[in-house]
Design a protein around this ligand. Structure first.
Ligand code: UD1
Ligand code: MG
Length: 449
């Protein structure tokens, strides 16, 4: 039986006080809506429909970048969660099977919870994900009888007695798609908010002889983001879990509280992550690598035995083979460094390939950008690039070739050659001292007046 997803992401999120749509705010450096999409990937959904509204075009770009097969539908006016679900009907018209409704602002759902929700469909027509709230606040309350869910009452519409219930609605619902849309059609908006509540489908299901049940999950998983403070709290909860997981998996960290992980950071065991390292999206570090203090990595892969930093920056497309050394104040973008290559100090490598065991001196720069186009630099294996060499791309330095310090290399250097591209030195005996004496005398005369 296939399952499809409807992710609700049309709300403005006005409490974020932001021009950015709420679901695009980053958590662990990934937009909230992408967290929801990735969490649900475990269900192997046949279809993913994301309902957008506020900032719809912007949200659509992010959704499609994450999953080009996702379908984005627009909810022009935000008339409530049931109305939002109804917008997905056409997109799912040709698929049978279950539908899981998720929120784009709820990033922490686990795979186990989603699988449990799915499994509970064996016992009930409509399954709602609930949780025992420490502070039920304004959540919808789940009204149960035995193991049957009778209805959901929104906080605004709840009696004082119902407000005492702390079994709450996470918002996640699973039902057969055709049944879900049939129930949604029956939902009215005669309530305190004047909205079409998706939560009303539970009572409607019961009235129509269908069964409904609850699956419980820890409150931490259903955490929804509504404010900047909640986003910050979610970030610190994420980081605490990511650090604990890394330690558990055999990563060494002297000061784990200073290391920042992204949602998709992968680090192998016996690697060492020194203090104040920041991982942006798309980083994998193999076991036995060392990332030294104050380094910043994104979109990079670091192989076994490589050492990066301190104070290094790896940008997207940085590919470091085994035992590569990247030292302080070195920036690498879209460049592959083969095994054992070294670039230890004050360098920029962009759009480049560096052969095995090549050694790049301090201040080596690939001049890859002409103001309009980017160009490629290739450095052969075992090459030695003298300090302060400017490699004006497109250019290739051959295997085991050398460049003299301070060279500006504009033409290809053949294998094994030495290239010097700098002004020849001109030395005048005694002139240094004579010039200095003259300047000092001038200064003394000026001081006298
Ligand atoms: C909803 C539930 C409530 C539950 C709570 C959990 C309803 C009626 N209430 O309340 O029982 O305890 O979530 O957090 O469902 N959205 C749209 N279009 C709309 C309205 C909402 O896309 O027209 C999206 C929002 O962007 C958000 C999600 O649906 O991602 C939930 O909407 P929200 O307004 O936050 O619902 P709550 O009042 O929190
Ligand atoms: Mg909400």
């Amino acid at each position: 039986m296939s399952v499809s997803l409807i992710i609700l992401a049309a709300g403005q999120g006005s409490r974020m006080q932001s021009d950015l749509p709420k679901v695009l705010h980053p958590l662990a450096q990934v937009p909230l809506v992408v967290h929801a999409m990735r969490a649900a990937r475990a269900l192997e959904p046949a279809r993913v429909v994301v309902v957008v509204g506020h900032g719809g075009a912007q949200v659509a770009d992010v959704v499609l970048a994450e999953d080009e097969r996702a379908q984005v539908v627009q909810q022009q006016e935000q008339l409530g969660t049931a109305h939002a679900v109804a917008q997905a009907r056409a997109a799912l018209a040709d698929v049978a099977g279950d539908v899981v409704v998720l929120y784009g602002d709820t990033p922490f759902l686990s795979e186990e919870t989603l699988q449990a929700l799915r499994a509970a469909r064996g016992a009930h027509d409509v399954v709602v994900l609930g949780f025992e709230a420490a502070d039920p606040a304004r959540y919808g309350r789940l009204i149960t009888r035995g193991d049957s869910l009778e209805r959901i009452v929104e906080f605004k519409d709840a009696s004082d007695e119902e407000r005492l219930i702390n079994l709450c609605n996470s918002g996640v619902i699973c039902a057969d798609g055709a049944q879900l849309f049939a129930l949604v059609d029956k939902v009215g908006n005669d309530n305190a908010a004047g909205e079409y509540y998706l939560t009303d489908i539970v009572a409607l299901a019961r009235e129509n002889g269908l069964s409904a049940g609850v699956v419980l999950c820890p409150e931490s998983e259903t955490l929804g983001i509504n404010t900047r403070a909640e986003l910050a709290a979610a970030e610190s909860a994420f980081q605490a879990r990511a650090r604990a997981a890394a330690l558990e998996n055999g990563v060494a960290m002297q000061a784990p509280d200073t290391v920042i992980f992204a949602q998709d950071t992968v680090i192998g065991c016996d690697s060492i992550i020194e203090p104040y390292v920041v991982f942006g999206p798309g980083v994998s570090v193999e076991g036995g690598a060392t990332i030294r203090a104050f380094s910043h990595l994104e979109g990079a892969h670091v192989s076994r035995g490589a050492v990066v930093g301190p104070y290094a920056r790896l940008r997207s497309g940085a590919e470091l083979a085994e035992d590569v050394r990247v030292g302080n104040f070195v920036e690498i973008k879209n460049a592959t460094l083969d095994e054992g290559a070294k670039v230890n100090h004050l360098s920029y490598l962009g759009d480049a390939h560096v052969g095995a065991r090549a050694n790049l001196g301090a201040g080596t720069i690939t001049c890859n950008y002409d103001g309009v186009f980017k160009h490629h630099t290739s450095i052969g294996e075992g090459a030695f690039i003298g300090s302060n060499t400017m490699l004006v791309a497109p250019v290739a330095v051959g295997a085991h070739a050398m460049t003299g310090s301070g060279s500006v290399i504009t033409n290809d250097v053949p294998d094994g050659a030495l290239a010097l591209g700098r002004a020849r030195q001109d030395t005048r005996p005694g002139l240094g001292k004579r010039l200095m004496d003259k300047l000092r005398a001038a200064k003394a005369a000026k001081a006298k007046g």
